[in-house]
Design a protein around this ligand. Structure first.
Ligand SMILES: [Zn+2]
Length: 270
């Protein structure tokens, strides 16, 4: 059962354009994971079911970037880094006829991540053969660079290497064209966009919130984040609002303020 506020938001959802959602790790352990970027598998399944039951179509980021002929409620589900626990997510997606896009760090393929991230659960990253199976199941494989650096810190040669070498290696590993990129840490600038285009990417995604194609540039797509605390209902509110801020208390306060502005003539909206 969806609560009244979320149902009301969903009634008008999907007309401002497609949205993208970012996941990282999906944990089998019961309860809420401690790492903010991990979700429990139970919650993940509930979120997939909720999106499907409310008429949301899943597409890959490649299709999103192509833009044409997208239904009104379109969501691109994405995974950054490529943790091995994502194989559970693939099974859950395939079972529901849904798809998602992965952004893989080519320098740590099949290995423990070579970059640090405090609080991250232990475990290796997906291997080449696992990526091949995922691609064969309709999932999209994109690049998340070679070593997961902050791209804006690199000189031109380093930037070009991170983008080109990862694309080459992932194309070799999967036997498929790799045309999409996720900027590590969501950090990018105009120089990164130019370098991504030069390296042959047709689409690149950030962590700036909003409707995915709001800026009209497939190399600067926007994306919403799913955190460990998110429920099926909060994910539905996020995709309806195109925002990470989907806590009911805040939303109700905002709606009441707007209602008050309308109900009291002469009072101007802040
Ligand atoms: Zn990452």
């Amino acid at each position: 059962m969806t609560d009244p506020l979320t149902s009301w938001l969903q009634r008008g959802a999907g007309h401002q354009g497609p949205v993208a959602l970012m996941y990282h790790s999906v944990r089998r352990d019961s309860g809420q994971p401690a790492w903010p970027w991990a979700v429990s598998r139970a919650r993940f399944r509930e979120q997939l079911d909720a999106l499907r039951d409310h008429g949301w179509h899943t597409v890959t980021v490649d299709r999103l970037a192509a833009g044409a002929d997208l239904p009104a409620r379109t969501v691109a589900i994405t995974f950054d880094d490529g943790y091995v626990d994502n194989l559970d997510a693939v099974e859950d997606l395939v079972g529901r006829g849904q798809c998602a896009s992965w952004f893989i760090v080519s320098g740590s393929l099949g290995a423990v991540p070579a970059w640090s991230d405090p609080g991250r659960p232990d475990g290796r990253l997906l291997s080449a053969s696992e990526l091949q199976h995922m691609a064969a199941a309709g999932m999209s494989i994109g690049s998340h660079t070679v070593s997961h650096p902050r791209l804006t810190d690199l000189d031109d040669a380093g930037l070009a290497h991170e983008l080109s070498a990862s694309r080459d290696m992932l194309q070799q590993a999967t036997g498929r064209s790799v045309d999409t990129l996720a900027y590590p840490y969501g950090v990018w600038d105009a120089r990164c966009v130019t370098a991504a285009r030069t390296a042959g990417y047709r689409a690149a995604i950030t962590t700036r919130t909003g409707w995915a194609l709001r800026d009209g540039d497939p190399l600067q797509m926007r994306r919403l984040t799913v955190f460990n605390t998110d429920t099926a209902a909060s994910v539905l509110r996020k995709v309806a609002l195109g925002s990470n801020e989907a806590r009911t208390g805040r939303l109700l306060a905002r709606m009441l303020r707007r209602f008050g502005d309308r109900a009291l003539p002469g009072r101007s909206a802040a």
